[in-house]
Ligand binder design. Sequence first.
Ligand code: AMP
Length: 169
Amino acid sequence: VPAIATIALGSNLGRREENVLRAVAAIAADRVGRPLRTSSLYQTTAVGMPGAPSFVNAVVQVVPLLPPHDLLQRLQAIEARMGRSGGHMQSREIDLDLIAFGDQVLDDPGLTLPHPRFHERAFVLIPLAEIDPAFACPRTGRRIGDLLAAVTGAGGVVRISGRSWIMRS
Ligand code: AMP
């Protein structure tokens, strides 16, 4: 069974929904991975960014076509190309995080797998649970339902569109 890579997308600047859709298309077009499942779009309250516009978030799972470091590098190239203006914890046109790469656990400079904070982010867990209810954290083994039950801020995550926009391969 090929490993599955899980990528979280977010935008809170410009045409947010379009930015997320374009990033999913870029992930396929740039051969980061072959999309398997894409969540609905969610509108979410910006966390830890007082006064910032809300985000549009989604999660996509792909069959990765690159090893983890190269995959993240290509995600960062997409961010740069799409005009990511903000730095860490700032508003941005697009933010792409590698949440997990199969069951790999990695603590390298520049790449931690699974993503070190995904388990505390309702805006990642809720769309991920939608497309992969059997997901378990590769580091702790905790299942997504348990992670979701423990998270705060789930009330700030609202589904805004169904999965009909998905481009299936
Ligand atoms: P941010 O500005 O919050 O998107 O953080 C990006 C930084 O986190 C970059 O320097 C990445 O090298 C680093 N990073 C470490 N692990 C990951 C990961 N799993 N996904 C995305 N970025 C990561």
